[in-house]
Write a protein that binds this ligand. Structure first.
Ligand code: SAH
Length: 399
């Protein structure tokens, strides 16, 4: 477990913001707590390796989002107080990258000087709602997404000019139109106001295009450790046909396919799949195919067609996988399944299913991707029991 070197003072928004529920703990205590919770979950069923933590667990987020509101004639920005739609002003978040904090500050000032109407949720009046900022970890490219209720943003050209002048590190600005009444930050429609509309980043030697709506792991430093653990677990030789299920923009699969023969990726989000296809080309991966659709449905059809995969990487959302996916996975019978999870509980449920169907689980590797929050990421290798293992087990049971 890595230890924290220099601790910053407890965040001043700790109570009102609520996003970092472990603020009151030292980083070493946080890691211990996460380690213990995975251990408690699995009891004696599996070995939990020491959690991989950060040396400096601050300013790690490469993506930030802020809600804007008007209060007493001032433009404020921050987050919704937990469980409410009351905006808590946050100007200096300790887990957000520092450039984003500064850009948000400038946007609030510009909104005021350009007299842009801020959206009011109660009355449905005004226009400006949220800002989303993404920063490439290695490229340092920055995307700013200005989220508005209607496309009528009269001064947008000059607004963007002033923003980029103050922050030349911004490489693209996108206007996103969101007239939804739920708490989703981004709407469907977008207009590029400056630059290419996407950013590019390099991770573990591969280049990735990232658009506003695509999933991209938010802690790049820890992502490298997480992906490395997953790829090491797969033990690739260069000959494998691999599947990257729930692949996002294709990161795990494309990095892994440097040591494999062929890659198929499957992902529900349209934009992410488009990015994944471009990413394959950008990295010169000729034998990579990306399919847009539900991973479970894809697996059912792949099992019907009798496809073959040597290794399946799966990285589902917090809800975990589903019966359609898992039962077809068993039919496809890859030798190895590498399960990357952002929710150890649903991962356990799914692994238990796979164990009953003949897979043997290896050790659990927790990785701390989200310091100061309760979340913990885990990687587990599942291998098919060899036929003679099965015979040994049966004989032992008979004795
Ligand atoms: N492996 C990627 C993404 C992991 S996040 C990475 O490391 O970046 C989980 C991904 O699953 C998201 O991109 C989400 O859009 C996708 N997803 C969610 N439900 C899905 C489903 N039913 N079928 C396929 N993909 C799904």
């Amino acid at each position: 477990m890595s230890q924290q070197v220099n601790a910053l003072p407890v965040c001043k928004y700790e109570k009102s913001c609520g996003a970092c529920s472990l603020q009151h703990m030292s980083y070493a205590e946080q890691l211990e707590r996460k380690q213990d919770s995975v251990k408690k979950l699995w009891k004696k069923e599996a070995k939990v390796l020491p959690i991989i933590g950060m040396n400096f667990p601050y300013y790690y987020r490469n993506k930030c989002q802020a809600v804007f509101a008007k209060r007493g004639g001032n433009v404020i920005y921050g987050t919704y107080e937990q469980g409410t739609h009351h905006v808590v002003p946050i100007t200096d978040c300790q887990i957000q990258n520092k450039e984003s904090n500064a850009i948000l500050h400038t946007i609030a000032e510009l909104l005021k000087s350009f007299k842009v109407q801020i959206f009011n949720e109660d009355t449905g009046t005004g226009n400006f709602r949220y800002t989303l900022i993404r920063k490439g970890y290695q490229s340092n490219e920055i995307m700013v997404v200005l989220v508005v209720a209607t496309p009528v943003f009269p001064s947008k050209k000059n607004f963007v000019k002033a923003l980029v002048k103050k922050h030349p590190e911004i490489t693209t600005v996108v206007m996103n139109i969101n007239d939804r009444t739920d708490s989703m930050i981004l709407g469907e429609r977008e207009e590029i106001l400056y630059g290419p509309g996407k950013i590019e980043d390099t991770l573990m030697g591969c280049k990735f295009l990232i658009s506003s709506k695509s999933f991209y792991q938010i802690n790049s430093l820890q992502t490298k450790k997480l992906y490395q653990a997953a790829i090491d677990a797969a033990g690739l030789t260069g000959e494998e046909r691999i599947l990257d299920a729930y692949c996002g923009i294709g990161t795990i699969g494309l990095i892994a396919s440097k040591s494999a023969k062929e890659l198929v990726g499957v992902e529900l989000n349209h934009d992410a799949v488009k990015d994944a296809r471009k990413n394959a080309k950008r990295n010169g991966m000729k034998s990579a195919e990306f399919i847009c659709g539900d991973a479970g449905e894809y697996m059912v059809k792949a099992a019907e067609r009798g496809e073959h995969f040597d290794v399946v990487f799966m990285d589902p959302p917090r809800a975990g996988s589903d019966e359609a996916f898992l039962s077809s996975l068993v039919k496809l019978a890859p030798k190895k399944v590498v399960y990357v999870s952002c929710n150890p509980e649903t991962q356990k449920r799914d692994i238990e299913y796979l164990k009953k169907k003949g897979y043997r689980m290896g050790d659990i590797q927790p990785v701390d991707m989200f310091p100061f929050t309760e979340h913990c990421e885990t990687v587990v290798l599942l291998s098919q029991q060899k036929p003679d293992d099965h015979i040994k087990l049966c004989t032992r049971n008979q004795i």
